[in-house]
Design a protein around this ligand. Structure first.
Ligand SMILES: Nc1ncnc2c1ncn2[C@@H]1O[C@H](COP(=O)(O)OP(=O)(O)OP(=O)(O)O)[C@@H](O)[C@H]1O
Ligand SMILES: [Mg+2]
Length: 1079
């Protein structure tokens, strides 16, 4: 988006008319047209905004635009209504000045639209927040409600405001809206009952019938068809571009937002419906017996429905339409109404009902939007009043409306001039007076208390006797005849006598905006605004709270015989108050202009605009503004804008802005009479001077742009070059570093190789030298040794005998042996035969001797050990030795017997008295006594027997009795057979043919088998007459039992009955001994 910095930039035509050169009405209009053709509908006259109705929507009210104009100075951007709104809002917020925005212009010029734009702009830029937004929304939404009830289509404007509106928006110190107050001025109520051709009644009637649901209409007893209602004109019921149904929804929604309760909305709609119904009540004459006519209601259906809607008793209203009661002092006179009077009464009721409803709406809206806090607030007033209008047929309403516009013009003149004057005084500039048309004289014609038109109308209305509009006109003709702005055919001013454009029942006023012909008909009635008391009382009786409220004078308890103030009087008073109010505030003007009469876009009817420019006094406005100086600007922005025109002020001026401007003006050689220095502003007399400055500035800006371009391009190229250069340096540096690194690495590698070769060569050389030196040393030593040896030998030869060498050798050996034996003695092992320790051999040549010594020592040690034994112990060991010889590795029982000492006498036979007898039978010494099992040859079972061994015999005796069962002399024993296994079986085999052999061999079993056999064997060895006893160790041997030989076979079997050995006779020849396997 292009951002403009001054309204002077890119101007179409001239944005501010004050700068128009040359200034004439034609150039003024031409400028307006030019701008209008380029969609520039706003133009300034100083701080006044001229707005031309574009009659189409322009894209200049977007949120972006709001942002663009927000917080910008008035002249900064091209003219816009937002600039004025912003200026007003900011001076309200920042300078604490109450503001008013006066929007004037004729009907259809765009005042209402302008007021809405101002309000929406202020709403957009002021503070935000839930509460603030609600207030804003309520303020904005009051518009559609009031427009529905107070606006109507007229020939000039499809949405013409038929009431005056002044709205005060209240703000807190931060500029946030707090609420508002609306004042309404004189609704054109005659429209309710009658509309000129081509016009409509108020919008709300059409909106209700088009937009309300069937249900609502049924409740209101209404029909959607407009033609059913007398009060609705039919020829323009539909308006192009106006969607009544949609607007009805908008209005309902707005009422809800503003805060209307649902029952209030219903009441309002009921009243609107009642007005429509009222219009349909018609009267017919009925002759009375006294010859006069009396009115009767034609069809009572509408009356009935209306009464139902408002809760009024039908008869009461019916009576009020037929009679009129006049109360004077203590008297009450009731007269019947004729048809015309009845219609008058009906219409008066309808107008009153509607206008009072409208006033109530304003009051109700005010209740909702009023500020909630009593805190001090600032006010921005927006005045949107009906515009000046000239119809074909102008009546009392137009007179009032135009009077109001006269007053506004008056205040405009007063305030603009005052403002201008004040500024000059403030700035210390001399002021020259300027001629302009002051409409005070017209205001005086209308409002003067003594002979003003309104005063005379009031006088006429209050006068006793017959009062008609004609008598009123007569009065005017007499009193105002001399007034230069009053014209009437019958006035004393003869120049109008022949003026045929002036009908007899009319008078004409030369308003500031043109001449308006007013028809006096209805002036008196409208001013009186009479509503028969019977009607207001009937209304008061209604069972409808809103109606009751609207007609308080109908309360019989408060009968007031005084006449109410006339409409004219009331209006004059409220306009007076309004003017005072406006004068107390800082005014901002929007002057609306209507470009054509066709409500069409793009058409600029020059004559029409010229007329408006004239009566709005815009030319005078420009002249006044230019009377002294055409253009003024504060020093700071002025210096900022033009400082480039002077070397001293460009680019920076360090001193005061005013001094800077002075330097600037001197430098530019602007003639001194062309400008003046104010306190804070410079005043330029002629627009020419300003344009000269602007032109110079434009040229200068071009030069500056070229300069900036040149410098920028230079800078850009240089930056680019520097960047390239910088980059090249970086690249070169990196490349050089890389190349150097590579070169260095190569040199380093080469150096390392050369170095390593050199070092290797040096080291080898050194090594060679060292080796050589070493060899030399060794050679020298050897040579020296040999040489010394030779020398010594040569020297000592004479001292040595021939065997000296042997002696030395012997001596050496001796010393070695001595040392060896001493060492051996010191490290002698213990005397235990089982100690295997022996010192290590010191010299190899002693190997044999060392082993031999060890063997000898061991034998000696064993002998020593043996020498310690007693005889018994020796015998025991001998026996053990023998047992070993016999059984070792032959019988499995042997190992278990090694550790058992051979006790011999297990039964202690000599001591035990039990065996005394047996002992005595055995003569020799018992070498062994034990209990054995004698195996029964028949079944293999054992019988315990005492086994005794003496030097000569083996004796078997009964264990219990000690009776000797067998005694075998040792020589009869030939051999003894045992198994290889762990059993204790042994067979004593007897010499064949001996006496003992009669009964056969003995098969015995003993736990001390090893000892028994060993001892038997020893006995054989020691006895000289006996041959050595054979010990046969085999698992199968034959035993001689009497005649037969039985084979005893030992088998290994699973352990049964514990570990006992079992013996079974298998057959006659086989006795099987089962020996349990040992684990
Ligand atoms: N700024 C605008 N942009 C677009 N259309 C506009 C603008 N101003 C006015 N109009 C059009 O002109 C019509 C008449 O404007 P508006 O109702 O504001 O006139 P007015 O001056 O209030 O007249 P009256 O005195 O009869 O109330 C609007 O309905 C709208 O269509
Ligand atoms: Mg309007």
């Amino acid at each position: 988006m292009e951002v403009k910095t001054s309204l002077l930039d890119n101007m179409i035509g001239v944005g501010d008319m004050v700068l128009l050169e040359p200034l004439s009405e034609d150039s003024f209009l031409e400028n307006l047209r030019k701008r209008f053709d380029h969609n520039e509908i706003y133009t300034y006259i100083g701080s006044v905004v001229i707005s031309i109705n574009p009659y189409r929507s322009l894209p200049i009210y977007t949120p972006d635009k709001v942002e663009e104009y927000r917080n910008r100075n008035f002249y900064e951007l091209s003219p816009h209504i937002y600039a004025l709104a912003d200026e007003a809002y900011r001076s309200l917020r920042d300078q604490d000045k109450d503001q008013c925005i006066l929007i004037t212009g004729e009907s259809g010029a765009g005042k209402t639209e302008a007021s809405k734009l101002v309000m929406s702009y202020v709403a957009a830029v002021c503070g935000k927040g839930q509460e603030v937004n609600k207030v804003k929304e309520q303020l904005l939404q009051s518009n559609p409600v009031l427009e529905a009830f107070g606006n109507a289509k007229t020939v000039r404007n499809d949405n013409s405001s038929r009431f005056g509106k002044y709205m005060d928006i209240e703000f807190d110190f931060k500029g946030d809206p707090l609420g508002g107050v609306i004042s309404n001025y004189l609704l054109e109520k005659s429209r309710v009952v009658k509309q000129p051709r081509g016009e409509r009644n108020f919008h709300v009637f059409y909106q209700l019938l088009s937009g309300a649901s069937d249900d609502t209409l049924k409740k209101l007893k209404l029909d959607r068809d407009f033609s059913k209602y007398n009060y609705l004109s039919l020829d323009s019921a539909m308006v192009n571009g106006l969607d009544d149904a949609a607007n009805f929804r908008t209005v309902r929604n707005a009422m809800q937002i503003v805060g209307f309760m649902e029952d209030e909305v219903q009441s309002v709609l009921q009243l609107v419906a009642a007005v429509l119904k009222l219009g349909n009540i018609e009267f017919k004459p009925e002759s009375r017996c006294n010859g006069t006519d009396e009115s009767r209601i034609k069809d009572k259906n509408d009356l009935k429905e209306m009464c139902e809607l408002l809760g009024i008793e039908q008869s009461v209203l019916e009576r009020a339409f037929s009679y009129r009661t006049v109360e004077a002092k203590m008297e009450k006179v009731s007269t019947t109404l004729n048809v015309a009077q009845a219609y008058y009464a009906r219409d008066a009721l309808a107008k009153n009902l509607y206008s009072r409803l409208f006033s109530w709406l304003v009051t109700r809206i005010n209740e909702s939007i009023k500020a909630q806090t009593k805190a001090r607030h600032k006010v921005m007033g927006v005045l949107d009043i009906y515009g000046f209008e000239i119809f074909e047929d102008n009546s009392f309403e137009q007179f009032i409306i135009n009077y109001c516009n006269e007053k506004l013009q008056q205040i405009f003149i007063e305030l603009t001039l005052r403002e201008e004057q004040e500024e000059y005084v403030r700035e210390g500039i001399e002021w020259t007076n300027i001629e302009y048309f002051n409409n005070a004289i017209i205001c005086d014609l209308i409002e003067n208390n003594q002979n003003g038109i309104l005063a005379m109308l009031d006088e006429e209305c209050l006068r006793p006797g017959t009062v008609t509009d004609e008598t009123f006109l007569d009065k005017l003709n007499t009193i105002c005849a001399e007034h230069q702005h009053f014209e009437s055919r019958l006035s004393k001013n003869s120049k109008f006598l022949t003026d045929h454009s002036l009908p007899h029942n009319c008078f004409r006023i030369q308003h500031y905006a043109g001449k308006v012909l007013y028809r006096v008909e209805g002036f008196v009635d409208k001013n009186n605004d009479l509503l028969y008391r019977d009607l207001s009382q009937a209304m008061y009786k209604a069972n409808h709270s809103l109606i009751k409220q609207l007609f308080p004078e109908g309360n019989p308890a408060k009968v007031n015989l005084k006449r109410p103030p006339t409409a004219g009087f009331q209006f004059r008073a409220s306009v007076g108050t309004l003017m005072k109010n406006l004068q107390s505030k800082n005014p901002n003007y929007i002057r609306c202009i209507k470009p054509n009469d066709k409500k069409a876009s793009h058409i600029f009817t020059e004559s029409l605009v010229r007329h408006q420019v004239r009566y709005l006094g815009l030319m005078e406005n420009v002249r006044v503004r230019r009377a002294g100086y055409a253009f003024r600007q504060a020093y700071e922005p002025c210096l900022e804008r033009y400082k480039m025109l002077c070397k001293n002020t460009w680019p920076h001026w360090r001193g005061l802005a005013r001094e800077g401007v002075e330097v600037l003006m001197t430098d530019l050689q602007v003639p001194a009479e062309e400008f003046s220095y104010g306190r804070s502003k410079i005043f330029i007399r002629n627009p020419r001077t300003l344009f000269f400055l602007e032109e110079r500035r434009r040229q200068c800006l071009q030069d500056l742009a070229t300069l900036i371009q040149k410098i920028y391009r230079g800078w850009k190229c240089r930056s680019h070059f520097l960047l390239l250069k910088q980059s090249q340096i970086v690249v070169a540096a990196w490349y050089r570093r890389y190349a150097q690194q590579k070169k260095y690495q190569t040199i380093k590698n080469a150096t390392t190789v050369v170095q390593s070769y050199t070092r290797g060569w040096q080291a080898r050389k050194l090594l060679r030298e060292l080796k050589y030196q070493k060899r030399c040393k060794e050679a020298v030593t050897t040579i020296a040794a040999y040489w010394h040896g030779t020398q010594v030998r040569r020297e000592y030869r004479k001292f040595f005998r021939a065997n000296a060498g042997k002696k030395i050798y012997d001596f050496t050996i001796q010393r070695i042996m001595q040392k060896y034996f001493l060492g051996l003695k010191r490290d002698m092992p213990s005397m235990s035969p089982i100690d295997k320790n022996w010192s290590t051999r010191p010299y190899r040549f002693l190997d044999g001797a060392h082993t031999e010594l060890r063997r000898i020592f061991h034998l000696w040690r064993c002998k020593k050990y043996r020498d310690q034994f007693t005889e018994e112990k020796k015998a025991v060991y001998e026996e053990k030795l023998e047992a070993s010889e016999i059984f070792k590795d032959k019988k499995a029982l042997y190992p278990s017997s090694v550790s058992q000492p051979f006790k011999g006498d297990y039964l202690e036979i000599s001591k035990n008295p039990k065996y005394q007898k047996l002992n005595s039978t055995v003569e020799e010494k018992v070498l062994l006594a034990d209990v054995v099992n004698k195996i029964n040859r028949a079944n293999g079972k054992g019988t315990a027997r005492i086994f005794l061994l003496t030097k000569k015999n083996v004796v078997l005796a009964d264990q219990k009795t000690g009776q000797v069962k067998a005694s075998v002399p040792l020589p009869d024993l030939t051999s003894v057979s045992v198994s290889t296994q762990t059993d204790g079986f042994f067979a004593l085999k007897l010499k064949e043919g001996s006496a003992s052999a009669v009964k056969g061999d003995f098969l015995l079993s003993s736990e001390h088998l090893i000892e028994i056999i060993t001892k038997l064997h020893r006995m054989g060895a020691t006895t000289a007459d006996r041959t050595q006893l054979d010990v046969d160790i085999s698992d199968e041997f034959l035993v001689q039992f009497k005649q037969e030989k039985v084979c005893v076979k030992f088998i290994q079997g699973a352990p049964k009955n514990g570990n006992s050995v079992s013996c079974k006779r298998k057959n006659n020849r086989l006795l099987e001994v089962s020996v349990p396997t040992t684990a």
